[in-house]
Design a protein around this ligand. Structure first.
Ligand code: NAP
Length: 293
């Protein structure tokens, strides 16, 4: 069994991005510029945005966080988005979700210029990705693909079973791995809460991608010998006696599944570290006008 070390790969990619930024600057260009909009004071959102800012600094990007109170109206937020769409100094921007209930998240996503939508949530980017056109691919599926590529995991002709059909993980990763080329050319099955006899599907998976949000749901008897297991789930559970009083668990019962696998991601340290790197990659692409020209 080999561990898919997302942290190591993420560090490696950051070094590669930093070197590209140096080249841009040496050639008289300006570093990529990412803006994050943060509404309110949600603790998890603050943490995520903080990590994104730190990652930008590590690779030499310019970054800025625009903070607004919960009381901002939908109209006011949409105006801020228009300003960013029209600001030539900003290469890409994200609106940290979730937003307060009085703001329609889908409306906000669709207000972002697809050319600056480095989160890859705009339907134009989702649609382009789906038909294999250049697009900003959202962070988690892009991170999974990157992990598979960096470890040279064979995918052609493999049966990939995806547990979960969310718009941000299950559905896009299933689409990407079914596309022509590498990493892709898989035969893909998507399972969800209405799938009867999950085990019948999971035990036929050469590549099992799990994105349920159910701690330690996948047990050894659900996994085929030699499978590649990618665990996207992150659930915080109480852990009395530990320093923090809590720990993170994946959707896979790592201790009993790992010995059956050819490759497996740990949680934390698997898919997670690659998601921020995907945002950096998209911002670099935006600065280089690689997706839309
Ligand atoms: P989500 O939107 O809640 O979707 C969960 C999916 O799992 C749904 O499609 C649901 O089916 C399916 N499901 C739930 N219980 C099931 C069961 N017992 N049997 C079969 N299918 C079941 O979750 P998500 O946003 O995709 O996230 C999934 C997990 O990944 C969460 O733990 C999240 O925190 C984590 N995550 C991690 C990262 C990262 O950076 N590592 C990024 C994103 C998400 P239905 O559609 O039928 O309801």
């Amino acid at each position: 069994m080999e561990l898919l070390d997302g942290k190591r790969i993420a560090d490696q990619i950051k070094v590669e991005i930093a070197s590209e930024v140096e080249t841009i600057k040496r050639n008289g260009g300006t570093p990529p510029h990412l803006v994050a909009i943060l509404v309110g004071h949600d603790g998890a959102s603050e943490t995520y945005v903080g990590h994104k800012e730190k990652a930008c600094a590590q690779v030499g990007f310019k970054s800025q966080v625009l903070r607004f109170e919960d009381s901002i109206t939908e109209v006011q937020l949409l105006e801020k988005i228009q300003k960013l769409n029209n600001n030539p100094d900003v290469d890409g921007f994200i609106v940290q979700m979730p937003l307060p209930k009085h703001i329609d998240e889908q409306k906000v996503i669709e207000a972002i210029d697809p050319k600056k939508d480095v989160d890859g949530f705009h339907p134009v980017n989702v649609g382009r990705m789906n038909i294999g056109l250049p697009a900003y691919v959202s962070a988690t599926p892009d991170g999974i693909v990157e992990l598979i590529r960096r470890y040279n995991i064979p995918t052609a002709g493999k049966h990939c079973v995806v547990l979960g059909r969310s718009n941000i993980v299950g559905r896009p990763i299933a689409n990407l791995l079914s596309q022509k080329g590498y990493p892709g050319d898989c035969t893909v099955t998507i399972c969800h809460s209405r799938t009867p006899n999950l085990k019948e599907f999971t035990t036929t998976a050469d590549i099992l991608i799990v994105a349920l949000g159910k701690a330690e749901f996948v047990t050894a008897e659900m996994v085929k010998e030699g499978a590649v297991v990618i665990d996207v789930g992150i659930t915080r559970v109480e852990a009395p006696g530990t320093k923090l009083g809590w720990k993170l668990l994946g959707d896979v019962k790592f201790n009993e599944v790992a010995s059956k696998c050819s490759y497996i991601t740990p949680v934390p340290g698997g898919v997670g570290p690659l998601t921020i790197v995907s945002l950096l990659k998209n911002t670099l692409k935006a600065a280089k006008k690689e997706v839309y020209g």
